[in-house]
Design a protein around this ligand. Structure first.
Ligand code: TXA
Ligand code: MG
Length: 342
């Protein structure tokens, strides 16, 4: 594990980052922080290196990876023509939590694209990630650095819990900021489509390019998702979690019923409501009045329930607006789509 703090200066040389970059050049996998979640990186041009990512995570091979770059010059070796609208999105949101899917060049490993003709690219807004990519001189393929199906890691400790012994190293840059994975937008078709909601919201995107759609599968399980990764159970705690669409009194009843069945009950709420519940484990993820704080601590809270060994978790709902759309999408998936309505 290499420790680096977030005040990394782009023009200085950091021996830890040089070491980690060398390991990437040698074809090994290294976890590193981004502004969203920790990524598990490998050389995007090397089939062997990219396969190590899938092995370490236990990730299904039909789920493509995002390629991370540190400057626009790296785009030329990854993607074919870039539509005007995609250029505008890059100017508006890069570096930042927006992954843009474009037609892929042949030299990108087929394991990165999972055999598709497209590739997702993003420039992360994190000094350590940018310095590492720059030092390696490579485009870095990186999914979230968790065991497949678990919540994405927002700290080096989470990566260690999941992948210790399975990867070459971790660059520890402290906690990530956003806490939820990047927004994914497919720009390879005439009409751009948001495949995964994130902190860059549809409203923000619509201000830059007008003609966009949101894949309905991000909110309704009846639809077949367009993004391979969205169909898997994800972000899940060990216990069954249920998203509750109802009043606090209704949640009190659910707690009562579960307790009378002898279950150890967990509640996922926010700081405003933490004293309102009598359950075995009551966790607050951020403040409801500022949903960015909920996003930032959501995955850490879900992981804490595993340490507490609860049998069942009830989770409050959040407003379906702004970053609330991404929060609800992840909760809905973490619950295996189980919503209890009053
Ligand atoms: O914030 C993030 O995006 C983090 C950090 C590390 O950058 N990465 C991340 O990667 O969340 P991952 O692999 O956990 O999620 C990638 C998502 C999946 O849902 C995948 O199916 C989708 O992006 N994706 C990647 N390439 C695609 C493509 N060519 N077409 C459609 N979906 C694609
Ligand atoms: Mg992931």
């Amino acid at each position: 594990c290499w420790n680096v703090d977030n005040s990394v200066n782009k023009d200085k040389v950091y021996p830890q980052i040089v070491d980690a970059a060398k390991i990437l050049q040698l074809g090994q996998v290294v976890a590193f922080p981004t502004e969203t979640v920790y990524g598990l990186g490998a050389n995007a041009f090397s089939d062997e290196a990219v396969q190590l990512i899938f092995q370490a995570k236990g990730r299904p091979s039909d789920n493509p990876l995002i390629v991370h770059i540190a400057n626009n010059n790296q785009l030329a070796e990854l993607v074919e023509e870039i539509p005007e609208g995609a250029k505008k999105l890059m100017e508006a949101f890069w570096p930042g939590p927006l992954t843009i899917i474009l037609k892929s060049k042949k030299q990108v490993s087929k394991f990165v694209t999972a055999g598709l003709s497209t590739v997702g690219v993003r420039m992360p807004d994190h000094p350590v990630a940018l310095a590492l990519i720059e030092a390696s001189g490579l485009p870095i393929a990186a999914p979230s650095a968790n065991t497949s199906g678990k919540p994405s890691p927002t700290s080096a400790k989470h990566v260690f819990e999941d992948l210790n012994g399975r990867i070459a190293g971790i660059v520890d840059g402290g906690s990530t900021g956003v806490g939820l994975e990047s927004t994914v937008i497919d720009c390879s078709q005439e009409v751009f489509t948001i495949l995964r909601p994130g902190s860059i919201t549809p409203e923000m995107i619509k201000k830059v390019v007008s003609n966009i759609e949101v894949d309905p599968a991000t909110v309704k399980e009846t639809e077949a998702p367009k993004s391979p990764g969205m169909k898997y159970k994800h972000y899940a705690p060990d216990a069954q979690m249920h998203l509750v669409n109802g009043s606090m009194e209704f949640i009190h009843k659910l707690i009562h019923n579960a307790k009378s069945e002898g279950k150890k009950v967990g509640i996922l709420t926010t700081e405003e409501n933490i004293n309102q519940y009598k359950a075995d484990v009551v966790l607050a993820c951020g403040k409801r009045e500022d949903l960015t704080t909920v996003a930032a601590s959501l995955y850490d809270c879900i992981r804490q329930f595993n340490e507490e060994n609860v049998d069942i978790i009830f989770c409050e709902s959040f407003p379906y607006e702004g970053i609330g759309i991404a929060i609800m999408n992840r909760l809905w998936k973490a619950c295996g789509h189980s919503i209890i309505t009053e």
